[in-house]
Design a protein around this ligand. Sequence first.
Ligand code: 13P
Ligand code: SF4
Length: 318
Amino acid sequence: MGNELTKLQKKILKLKKERNALILAHNYQTMDIQEIADFVGDSLELARKSAEVEGYDLVIFAGVKFMAEMSAVLTKDVPVYIPDTRSICPLAAFVDGSKLREIKKEHPGAPVVVYVNTTAETKSESDIICTSGNAPEIVEALGVEKVLFGPDSNLAEYVRRRTDVEVIDIEPRGHCYVHDQFDIAQIELLREENPDAIVIAHPECPPEVQDAADIVGSTSMMARTVANSPEKKFIIATELGLVHQIQKHNPDKIVLPAYEGAICRQMKKNTLEKILHILEDLPEENLVSVPEEMVEHVRTILERMNRAPSTLESIVAK
Ligand code: 13P
Ligand code: SF4
């Protein structure tokens, strides 16, 4: 941790212990939240962690709502709370159940692979889930010629370039407003000014930005790459909070944001004060749940994602 904890952080840690609570946080949460979390990670790591939750009375999930829903499905009987119920990822809204049903009719038999950044309704119409940390691996492992993929069209292109599978966009306009802002001119300028820097981009960035990067990967992959690399300078194309986090954990390196304005306002709705409120009052309105009729299917497809890719061929009818 390094820093001296604030009064508020200490109060949260004390109550967390008394409540026997586990705090999970996404990499885009602010550092003050990360410092009191039991585990910080990318979506895939958080899904795996949620599936292992045992011996706790409650989970507080600091992230956006679809991630907390995923956690609630995987923790089974352990209740999951989200600090701010308005932390809703706009990318997820690009595809809903009816849009998915429509495109499925046009491509009968093609498996539906959805990004974890989707609503429970969309997941309940899909065959498997992926994250930015495993998307090409999951699509390839299905052993089919074509898949329907969404809602992020930039991630779809990332998969297309790394597999032999025909990847059909469920919604070609689907994008993350934070990552879609990066552009090639910014990257080229930064490269000119920092010729010794390694450029790392998230796969939600536009394809030309992915192409301009040396490495493309999930939020945790970015953090691991900087920590383990012998290189000293990095330009990072993802949410600004993660860039600051990586810089803080690697004080001997220079970590530059590709764009200072890349801030996910939805992730930032969660605050320490709101986490304290959950621990003090266990407000029912902050409890996360997935409609009863969807839970089983969503759990099945999340568990498929958490399984070894070599077992996935059997899930599609050939
Ligand atoms: P990761 O799965 O890489 O953490 O990304 C989640 C996300 O929402 C990126 O915008
Ligand atoms: Fe959604 Fe983009 Fe925020 Fe990630 S960064 S949670 S995809 S809006």
